[in-house]
Design a protein around this ligand. Structure first.
Ligand SMILES: [Zn+2]
Length: 58
């Protein structure tokens, strides 16, 4: 088994991660995803203007 963050071999005490840092990274991601629930709905679209190419200067 390898660290899901960086792919290195896991270390005892930090499993399933290889280090404290990777564990923190994963925790951060987890928290972030909980603060921002992944939107499965279609209401995610904000009022973004249509993508126009930037006007080019002559
Ligand atoms: Zn790692």
């Amino acid at each position: 088994m390898s660290c899901p963050i960086c792919g290195k071999p896991t270390a005892d005490g930090y499993r399933p991660f290889c280090s404290r840092r990777c564990a923190d990274v994963d925790l951060g991601r987890w928290l972030t995803e909980n603060y921002r629930i992944p939107a499965e709905t279609e209401e995610e679209t904000e009022d973004l203007p249509p993508e126009d190419p930037p006007p080019k200067a002559h």
